[in-house]
Design a protein around this ligand. Structure first.
Ligand SMILES: *[C@@H]1O[C@H](CO)[C@@H](O)[C@H](O)[C@H]1NC(C)=O
Ligand SMILES: *[C@@H]1O[C@H](CO)[C@@H](O)[C@H](O)[C@H]1NC(C)=O
Length: 515
């Protein structure tokens, strides 16, 4: 195991040469992709994803009439080619049926002309997708269709261990949907098996990371259908997906036979804005969930954003920047903060914190490195001034080094069960020149082993940017919940500073993990 994370902290006392710390050959600037928000809440005039209601398997004329005249908002049904004929007619039918008396054409004509109905078309095979999209084009041609149309498919393999699961070809699905009907919301998920009870059933990183990469380049609205009873086990993965874009949503669904843990759903709802989770649950499960919500302290807020600009060594999918996270994989790359760092003046006290997760996506582990630097000048990672650099190198083993370029070098070590660490670097200056740095590493596991080292130096207060980079790797490294703050002179004590950090959300997350 030789995985490392490096944190450089730059402080300078006088003008000096720029110090080129990274020599990367032609990094690629990654554009910020603006993912569109689906407008389903506005369309139905509600403000909470929980207010959206669903009708299922609307695949007979009677069910269609019932759904159209009833209260439910979104009408869902599978689309198949009639009698499995390749060049046939798309119809609304649920396997094993291969035919129904509702064609996709009728379904669309009726739903798109109803003032308060939307549709969710579920595709089980790729063959039906293009004829269906052509039909959508045909039916909506020349009209301003505002009714939501969701295109749903399980496009990646997920926890499916007790039956045969064949995902819909993700490349074809995404390219067909984006070219034929860019207004649709893409509901893209993973295949799941029958019984989700065994612990190995969850959305794991090898399944979720490729999804993040796929959707990162798509501007169309995205929702991830997520099976309710996998929420707890897939917590980190779901939080990451939701963090990737403030417009991404999840649609919680459940099989009638699934056993829900309602607290998981309550915790998920409280972890992001209420606009970002739709609930497509069987009626009795939905009722139980609503009852469970009554006795919860409902926060439902997105976290405050920490913004980064990304540069990829080769492919922008290797540096996925979210609201409050950066996922490095593949050939790696760099991010640099959009805002400059604080300056720590006389009597001030600053804190820079974040979590680092060394993700292992397969059995093997290999050498990889991450660099995090503070107070750099620009995206090359050059120091504002070179003579005083404070560096933290953290290995996945829990060993770390903390040093000043022209000064001391201290080492520490924490034991980790899972390769997840919190780093905390504080800087304090009583006279504005002499500064003390302290670096504390905590293993975020059940034991919470902790170690800290301190360094002293002398310099003027200075700003600069925060910068993180990694090299090539076959796994992934997630840096998240990065926050920084500086305390006012009169409140320069660590206990006061803690209150300014949104620690509450972090603590809640940790509590949830230890439940
Ligand atoms: C279509 O409707 C006819 C007449 O009601 C019925 O006999 C037939 O079974 C229906 N077909 C399907 C596929 O439901
Ligand atoms: C829609 O389909 C009908 C019948 O298949 C065809 O006549 C018509 O030209 C199509 N319209 C568009 C806009 O594709």
């Amino acid at each position: 195991m030789w995985k490392a994370i490096t944190i450089y902290f730059f402080v300078a006392t006088n003008l000096a040469l720029l110090y080129p710390l990274v020599t990367s050959q032609g990094p690629k600037h990654c554009k910020v992709i603006h993912h569109k928000q689906d407008d389903i809440l506005a369309f139905f005039g509600v403000s909470d994803g929980m207010d959206i209601t669903w009708s299922h398997a609307v695949n007979s004329p009677e069910l269609l009439e019932q759904a159209l005249s009833g209260d439910t908002m979104m009408l869902e049904a599978d689309v198949l080619m009639r009698n499995n004929m390749v060049s046939g007619t798309p119809v609304m039918a649920h396997p094993p049926a291969v035919d129904s008396n509702v064609t996709l054409q009728t379904f669309l004509e009726k739903t798109t002309t109803s003032p308060k109905k939307g549709s969710k078309l579920d595709f089980k095979t790729i063959e039906v997708v293009e004829p269906s999209l052509k039909m959508i084009q045909n039916v909506t041609f020349g009209q301003q269709v505002k009714n939501p149309i969701w295109l749903n498919a399980d496009i990646l393999p997920g926890p499916c261990y007790d039956k045969v699961c064949v995902p819909v070809d993700h490349e074809k699905f995404l390219s067909l949907c984006t070219s034929y009907y860019p207004n649709a919301t893409l509901s893209v998920g993973w295949t799941t098996g029958k019984n989700m009870t065994p612990a190995k059933n969850y959305y794991n990183w090898p399944q979720v990371l490729p999804m993040g990469k796929l959707v990162s380049q798509i501007t169309q609205p995205i929702t991830f259908p997520v099976r309710a009873n996998l929420v707890r086990r897939s917590w980190d993965q779901l939080q990451w997906l939701l963090d990737l874009s403030a417009t991404f949503t999840v649609t919680i669904w459940s099989a009638i036979t699934d056993k829900l843990d309602l607290l998981d759903l309550v915790a998920l709802r409280n972890s992001v804005s209420h606009k970002r989770i739709y609930y497509d649950l069987p009626p009795d499960q939905e009722k139980a969930f609503r009852d469970a919500l009554k006795s919860s302290n409902d926060i439902g807020q997105d976290k405050k954003r920490f913004a980064w600009k990304a540069l990829a060594k080769k492919d922008c999918k290797d540096v996925l920047v979210g609201q409050n996270s950066v996922m490095f994989s593949g050939e790696g790359g760099t991010v640099i903060s959009e805002k400059t760092l604080y300056k720590v003046s006389r009597n001030e006290f600053s804190e820079f914190v974040g979590d680092v997760t060394f993700i292992t996506t397969d059995g093997a582990s290999n050498r990889r490195t991450v660099n995090i630097k503070l107070h750099v000048k620009d995206e090359t990672g050059a120091a504002v001034r070179s003579d005083q650099v404070v560096t933290l190198v953290l290995h996945s083993s829990g060993d770390f080094q903390f040093s000043i370029i022209d000064g001391d070098n201290k080492e520490g070590s924490v034991k980790s069960e899972n390769g997840v660490f919190k780093f905390r670097i504080t800087e304090h200056s009583s006279d504005g020149k002499k500064r003390s740095f302290k670096c504390e590493i905590t293993a975020l596991d059940s034991k919470g082993d902790k170690s800290s080292v301190s360094l002293d130096t002398e310099s003027e207060p200075m700003g600069g940017y925060a910068f993180i980079s990694t090299g090539a790797q076959s796994h992934a490294i997630l840096v998240q919940d990065v926050q920084m703050a500086v305390a006012l002179p009169e409140s320069a004590s660590s206990s006061t500073v803690k209150c300014c950090f949104g620690m509450i959300s972090l603590i809640l997350l940790e509590l949830f993990h230890s439940l």
